[in-house]
Design a protein around this ligand. Structure first.
Ligand code: 5GP
Length: 116
């Protein structure tokens, strides 16, 4: 059986992390190496390695993650301006193969900059 991802270990409290939000389907934690003053990861409890691995039965979960992302942005008071990023595959910068949504805020986003 494959080893649990680092995020599953965080969800299971085997590794410490600053948890900002959690519900039945997901948690939100502070990124350990923030690329913006606010950098939060919204992570489903279900271990889907990459967005392309999501299946039809994950539809409700994916919608839930979007609503949780908005809820967390409101909770943090950054809902007027934040960026949402999902890296899919190492070529796109994915380093943890457990689906997660980055919330980045309080950063000066220029229109041309779609990176971190
Ligand atoms: P990816 O590059 O896969 O899209 O994003 C993975 C993110 O997880 C990175 O921004 C990285 O800093 C963060 N990360 C990796 N390991 C840990 C950890 O143990 N704790 C927390 N809070 N964040 C982590």
């Amino acid at each position: 059986m494959a080893e649990d991802s680092i995020f599953t270990k965080i969800i299971n409290r085997e590794i410490p992390s600053e948890i900002l939000y959690e519900d039945e389907y997901c948690i939100a934690i502070k990124d350990i190496a923030p690329k913006a003053p606010t950098h939060v990861l919204v992570i489903p409890r279900r271990e889907i390695p990459k967005l392309v691995d999501a299946k039809a039965e994950d539809q409700e979960l994916l919608g839930h993650l979007m609503l949780a992302t908005a809820k967390v942005a409101k909770q943090l008071g950054v809902d007027d301006a934040f960026r949402v990023i999902i890296n899919n595959g190492s070529g796109a910068g994915q380093t943890v193969f457990h689906l997660h949504i980055h919330i980045l805020a309080q950063k000066n986003f220029s229109e041309s900059n779609l990176g971190f």
